[in-house]
Design a protein around this ligand. Structure first.
Ligand code: CAA
Length: 283
């Protein structure tokens, strides 16, 4: 099956980044969110990103930026957004009940050859699909933030994902100019399990007063040639997201993954990172 039209559910940071990326590579995208404010914010952030990172740098023309923007249709109704697409990519909040409910509804409403993908960064793909009848078409397609820039896509094969679906998802991911790795379903997959441990340990160090925020980040950047330090990265991904990931990994894999008490406190105090303009740094 050839993918031409894509539906992205959830217009937050990841959803809008995935929509932008798919449109850059020529796909028609329906970007759907029940919250119209989030949809409007997504549109202006895509427009701003295209201008700042592509037009201003001479990578594309004004006209091309407009075409990319025009290929993204903002939709408030889910039923409308899933019409005439070949793949649905879910990028809603990291909550198992919410995702199970959503995939059961999508499975009921989408034609049987439509691929249903989740961009979850840690939750089991098999568990996300448990309420759906046809679990063969459910797969994890894990993008990284910022989605238009990062070179990797992690494909997660659930227990019931078919090889055909895996192959089509692989072709689709490669058509977005990404390198693909495949992982068997396991909490946190390869990337989140590793990066969460690094960030959480940095947050523990900050809590213990071992070094300042800036020095922890500088040390990691320069010692390991990382583009960002772990505290900066936690602000970029969202401290709320890392808290959810930590709680889930601790439940599934053991105490070792328990979130730092400082991370819990920051989220309670609304220090989510860039999205609330305050985290380990002010924005
Ligand atoms: N959209 C498009 N292009 C962008 C962009 C965006 N939002 N942000 C940066 N770029 C481009 C810039 O135009 C620039 O391109 P050129 O080299 O062609 O000029 C390039 O990316 C580098 O950008 P900058 O020079 O402005 O800044 P930088 O070198 O500091 O890079 C960064 C910014 C790409 C974000 C870099 O800091 C980085 O890679 N950070 C690490 C990000 C990371 O680890 N992400 C994964 C998080 S984990 C995750 O997302 C998984 C999960 O589910 C939890």
């Amino acid at each position: 099956m050839e993918i031409k039209n894509v539906c992205v559910i959830g217009a937050g940071v990841m959803g809008s980044g995935i929509a932008q990326l798919a449109s850059i590579y020529g796909y028609q995208v329906n970007l759907v969110d029940i919250n119209e404010n989030i949809l409007e914010k997504a549109k202006s952030s895509i427009e701003k990103n295209l201008n700042r990172f592509f037009v201003a740098k001479g990578k594309i023309s004004d006209n091309e930026a407009e075409e990319i923007l025009n290929r993204i249709r903002l939709v408030a109704e889910r039923e409308d957004a899933i019409t005439d697409v070949q793949i649905v990519i879910e990028a809603v909040f990291e909550d198992m009940d919410l995702k199970q409910q959503l995939f059961s509804e999508l499975d009921e409403k989408c034609d049987e050859d439509i691929i249903l993908a989740s961009n979850t960064s840690s939750l089991s793909i098999t568990d996300i699909g448990t309420k759906a009848k046809n679990q063969e078409r459910i797969i994890g397609i894990h993008f990284f933030n910022p989605a238009p820039v990062m070179k990797l896509i992690e494909l997660i094969k659930g227990k019931n994902t078919s090889n055909d679906v895996l192959e089509t998802a692989m072709k689709f991911s490669e058509s977005l100019n990404k390198t693909v790795v495949t992982v068997n379903d396991s909490p946190g997959f390869i990337t989140t399990r590793l990066i969460y441990v690094l960030c959480n340990e940095a947050i523990n160090m900050k809590k213990e007063g071992i070094a300042s925020t800036e020095d922890i980040d500088t040390a990691v950047k320069l010692a390991f040639n990382f583009p960002m330090g772990p505290l900066e990265l936690s602000d970029l991904v969202g401290n709320d997201i890392y808290l959810h990931i930590g709680e889930y990994l601790a439940k599934e894999l053991g105490e070792h993954y328990q979130p730092s008490p400082l991370l819990t406190k920051m989220v309670k105090d609304n220090y989510f990172g860039r999205k609330t303009n305050k985290g380990f740094y002010n924005y």
